[in-house]
Ligand binder design. Structure first.
Ligand code: NAD
Length: 316
C-alpha cells in the first residue's frame, strides 16, 4: 500500500504520516506544482492527499486500481470528477473543517469595506482628515441588505454574523427551499433579484461549469451603485476584468477577494490597480485550529480508505 501527499500548504503532515504508519503503508510527501510532477508522485498510490495539484485523467490513471483521493478542503474543482468515476477512483473532501473561519473572513472583509477602513487609513496617512472628502456610499449596517449566492454551510455562518449587525439577508440557491432558507434567517429570492437588491453581495457556491463567471459584466452592471462584492469561494466565479472595470468606474465601491482565477494573482492582473480592494492569499480557511482539524479529518478518511471502510465524505 502506498500513501502520497501531492502538495500541501500547512507545514507538517504528521496526521497523514501516522495514518499511513497505522496501516503499514509506505508514505511519501511532495510539493507538486505541474501535471508532470504530479504524475510521477502519484504512480501506484492507493491513497492520495491532495491540495491544488491537478487530479485529471492522466494523473488519476497512474494511481493504483481503486485509489482514493482525499482533497484537503471543500472545493473539488481541481479534480475531474467524471474522469474519476470512469477510472473507478474514489474522491472525497473535507467539507466541515473551517466553516467558522471562512465566515469570519468574509465578515471581516464586508465590515472593513462597508465601514471604509482602508480609505480612512490611507487618507490619514496622506494628510487628509475630512470625512466627506474621503468617502461616500456609507450605509448603516442596520440598513444593509446582504445578498448571498449559494446558501450552504459557509453562507449560513456568514449570514448569522451579518444578522448580528442588523443586516437583512436575501439569498439565491436553487437547491434550498424557501422554508429551509427562512428557518436559517434568509429570504430566498431569484438570482437577478439578489444581485439587484444587495448592498453587499457575497459568493458561496462551488466552482462548476454552471457557476463559472456567474458574476460578469452584465451582473456587475445590475448591482446597486456603490455596492460591495465579497468572494471567498473561488476566483473563477467572477469575471475579473469586468470587476476591475466596475471598480475603476466606481459602480462597485469595494471588493474583498480571497480567491482569484489564477493563484498567486499575476502581476499583470487589472485587479492589482483597481481601487478599494482587499486581497488575501486564499487564506480564509486558515487558523491554527482549522488546519489541524483539516489534516486530522483528512488522515482519518485516509485510514478508512486503507482499511477498506466506508468513507465519511465520499463524492464518487
Ligand atoms: P456547501 O456545499 O455547504 O454550500 C454550497 C452551496 O452552493 C449549496 O447550498 C449548493 O446548493 C449551492 N449551489 C450549488 N450550485 C449553485 C448554483 N449554481 N447557484 C446557486 N447556488 C448553488 O459549501 P460551503 O462549505 O458553504 O463552501 C462553499 C465554497 O467555498 C466551496 O465550494 C469552496 O469553493 C469555497 N471555500 C473556500 C475556502 C477559502 O479558504 N477561501 C475555504 C472553504 C471553502
Amino acid at each position: 500500500m502506498r500513501v502520497v501527499v501531492t502538495d500541501q500548504a500547512f507545514g507538517g503532515v504528521d496526521h497523514e504520516r501516522a495514518a499511513a504508519l497505522a496501516a503499514h503503508a509506505e508514505f511519501a510527501e511532495h510539493q507538486c506544482r505541474s501535471e508532470d510532477e504530479t504524475l510521477v508522485a502519484v504512480r501506484d498510490a492507493n491513497v492520495v492527499f491532495n491540495n491544488f495539484a491537478p487530479m485529471n485523467e492522466r494523473t488519476m490513471g497512474a494511481m493504483a486500481e481503486g485509489a482514493t483521493i482525499i482533497r484537503y478542503g471543500v472545493g473539488v474543482d481541481n479534480v475531474d470528477i467524471d474522469a474519476a468515476k470512469r477510472l473507478g477512483v474514489h474522491v472525497c473532501n473535507v467539507p466541515d473543517y473551517g466553516v467558522e473561519e471562512v465566515a469570519d473572513h468574509a465578515a471581516a472583509m464586508a465590515l472593513t469595506l462597508a465601514r471604509k477602513l482602508g480609505r480612512y487609513d490611507a487618507g490619514i496617512r496622506a494628510g487628509e482628515w475630512k470625512i466627506g472628502a474621503m468617502v461616500d456610499h456609507v450605509r448603516s449596517l442596520s440598513q444593509t441588505t446582504v445578498g448571498l449566492i449559494g446558501f450552504g454551510r459557509i453562507a449560513r455562518a456568514f449570514a448569522d454574523r451579518m444578522t448580528g449587525f442588523g443586516a437583512e439577508i436575501i439569498a439565491y440557491d436553487p437547491y434550498v427551499s424557501a422554508e429551509d432558507g427562512k428557518a436559517a434567517g434568509a429570504l430566498m429570492q431569484p438570482l437577478d433579484d439578489v444581485i439587484a437588491k444587495a448592498d453587499i453581495l457575497s459568493l458561496h457556491v462551488p466552482l462548476t461549469n454552471e457557476t463559472r463567471h456567474m458574476v460578469g459584466e452584465a451582473q456587475l452592471a445590475r448591482m446597486r451603485k456603490g455596492s460591495i462584492l465579497i468572494n471567498v469561494s473561488r476566483g473563477g466565479l467572477v469575471d475579473e476584468d469586468a470587476l476591475a472595470r466596475a471598480l475603476e468606474e466606481g459602480h462597485i465601491s469595494g471588493a474583498g477577494l480571497d480567491v482569484f482565477e489564477i493563484e498567486p494573482l499575476p502581476d499583470s492582473s487589472p485587479l492589482r490597480t483597481a481601487p478599494n480592494t482587499i486581497f488575501t492569499p486564499h487564506a480564509a480557511f486558515f487558523s491554527e485550529a482549522s488546519v489541524d482539524r483539516l489534516q486530522r479529518l483528512a488522515a482519518e478518511e485516509g485510514l478508512r480508505a486503507l482499511r477498506g471502510e466506508p468513507l465519511r465524505c465520499a463524492l464518487t
